[in-house]
Design a protein around this ligand. Structure first.
Ligand code: G3P
Ligand code: CA
Length: 247
């Protein structure tokens, strides 16, 4: 089966990340799904932004978790590229995409910041909006994933591996459904082993056509990318892919 293509936070490439317009552009370019990064404000609103702090991607500064939602909404999330965009609330995203049929990979950014109750909040919101059928909750923090499963055993979860090699035993003991390895962890032998393990497999962040080709060859479930614009070239090499994307 041809892998799903998941628009990562930075699509279009070198454009503001985690904004409503970046998600819409990814879908317009043919993405089968979206990956988002979730943090929590001081007053408990879930917001989509990559970093724990506001400094890199907005005209604000300081920790997301120390600001109220109202304060964060005043900021410009397109500071670096000279445009105007708000930091989206997860609610904005769900209004638009919950019933879209897209695969929604929702990363809980709890590996550096501490957001007590964020897992429960996320599940509450998902239930309010559907719940959307194709959600996978991702995290580097295994405790968050264990909490999600404890609160709702039907919810799909996946563990991220960036600097350390993928550990199938860690994934099994965390009771996850999916693996999110950095693409450099995907070699022929490891890819074969992961594929056999029964977990869905979504390598990130694959921004070169040749690496995408390799991932197609490895028969991964999905490719997380900032380069949805390469999608048509990739799909053209696989004529059956149009009706075989898993959606
Ligand atoms: O979903 C995988 C990937 O997004 C994790 O890394 O830093 O881009 O959020 P990062
Ligand atoms: Ca992410």
């Amino acid at each position: 089966m041809f892998p799903q293509i998941i628009g990562h936070r930075g699509f279009p490439y070198k454009a503001p990340e985690n904004t409503m317009s970046s998600y819409i552009s990814a879908v317009d370019a043919g993405a089968d799904g979206l990956e988002i990064d979730i943090h929590m404000t001081k007053d408990g609103e879930l917001v989509l932004i990559h970093d724990e702090t506001l400094d890199r991607t907005t005209n604000g500064s300081g920790s997301v978790g120390l600001c109220t939602f109202k304060e964060i909404r005043r900021l410009n999330a397109d500071r670096r590229f000279g445009g105007q965009a708000k930091v989206p609330a997860l609610r904005d995203f769900l209004e638009r995409f919950a019933l879209s049929g897209l695969t929604l990979i929702m990363e809980l950014k709890t590996n550096k910041a501490h957001y007590p109750g964020i897992e429960e909040k996320l599940l509450g919101l998902l239930n309010e909006y559907g719940p959307p059928a194709h959600v996978i909750i991702a995290s580097f923090n295994r405790n968050s994933l264990i909490t999600v499963k404890r609160l709702d055993s039907r919810m799909k979860t996946g563990v991220l591996f960036k600097y350390r090699p993928v550990s199938l035993s860690r994934a099994k003991s965390t009771n996850v459904d999916a693996l999110f390895p950095h693409f450099r962890n995907m070699r022929f032998v490891t890819a074969k082993k992961f594929a056999k393990s029964g977990f869905s497999l979504y390598p990130f962040t694959v921004n070169h056509l040749n690496t995408m080709r390799k991932m197609v060859f490895y028969r991964v479930s999905g490719i997380i990318t900032d380069r949805c614009d390469l999608l048509s070239a990739l799909k053209a090499e696989h004529p059956a892919s149009g009706d075989d994307s898993g959606r």
